[in-house]
Design a protein around this ligand. Structure first.
Ligand code: GLU
Length: 291
């Protein structure tokens, strides 16, 4: 089967050099493997995503010379697919309504840490969900929902791991597709991740595994900052019987101080670079790709 690659930015800001590197690396690898390249708009977080960013992203991808297929998939056009997956996880007894807000969690963490007790954090540095309402009786949870209590849906990660068993993912190097290294997935380090937020039908983790299967993605090439998330993705893929792509987590483009680029860094934004007369070949040189 022809390999399928994707570049999946979130339209919550303009693209910068880091995104350009990811997009171009995907394009180069797709070309080298005689594969297809898709661009996907990861707009599941409606609060932060804007149509004008989406339009600018597609334009930047064209300007970079990416040879991607149309139409471009947009997550918000597929909400029912994520809803079905969520129902499935709930039927399996692996998801529960979680009523604590981030502010409440933060207060608990502060109180504990003031008393010298450290609170476990996930790989992104967020406090692990306490999980008190994991054991809430169904009738009580339902009563609170009916009374309008805001809640997210979270994965009971310990139960999910017990069901799925030990997992690995296959990481390939960008210069060779043949050598894949198995990496042990450690989903437990994320705690009970959000599957659907208070205002979102699905979290990034849930949406991305559904999208990658729906689009027949064989090779996921994305930044090293998402490597730890792959553990959760493998767990969800296994629970939902979804396809397992191979992965490559690439180096990040850093600023002069060695920090990850942010969408607010205007000087490395694609729009500014284009306006200042940079060409797509210049961008390739700057990010260290062969011209
Ligand atoms: N939409 C995610 C982001 O912009 C990337 C998703 C992925 O590549 O898995 O960070």
């Amino acid at each position: 089967m022809q390999p399928v690659f994707r570049f999946a930015p979130s339209p919550n800001g303009p693209l910068h050099l880091g995104h350009a590197f990811s997009a171009l690396l995907n394009a180069d690898l797709a070309k080298g493997a005689n594969g297809r390249l898709l661009v996907r708009i990861d707009d599941i977080d409606r609060e932060r995503c804007r149509p004008e960013f989406e339009a600018a992203i597609v334009e930047d991808c064209e300007w970079l010379g990416l040879n991607f297929e149309r139409p471009v998939r947009r997550q918000t056009d597929h909400l029912h697919e994520y809803g079905n997956a969520l129902d499935r996880l709930r039927e399996l007894g692996l998801a529960y309504p979680a009523f604590m807000s981030r502010a409440e969690i933060a207060r608990g963490v502060d109180a504990d840490e003031r008393n010298g007790r450290s609170w476990p954090r996930d790989p992104d540095g967020s406090p692990i969900y306490p999980g008190d309402d994991r054991s809430l009786a169904v009738a009580e949870a339902n009563a609170r929902i009916e009374a309008g209590a805001p809640h997210a849906i979270r994965l009971d990660v310990a139960r999910a791991i017990a069901l799925a068993g030990p997992l690995t993912w296959r990481e390939f190097r960008s210069d060779t597709f043949d050598e894949v290294e198995p990496i042990r997935a450690e989903p437990g380090q994320w705690g009970d991740v959000v599957l659907a937020g208070r205002d979102t039908t699905a979290s990034y983790h849930l949406a991305v595994v559904i999208d990658d299967t729906a689009q027949d993605i064989s090779h996921v090439v994305r930044g090293h900052d998402l490597q730890a998330a792959t553990s959760i993705h493998r767990l969800l893929q296994t629970l939902l019987g979804l396809a397992e792509p191979v992965y490559h987590h690439h180096r990040l483009i850093l600023d002069d101080e060695g920090r990850k680029l942010a969408k607010s860094d205007d000087d490395v934004g694609m729009a500014a670079l284009r306006q200042n007369g940079f060409t797509s070949a210049d961008i390739r040189r700057i990010v260290g790709l062969p011209v």
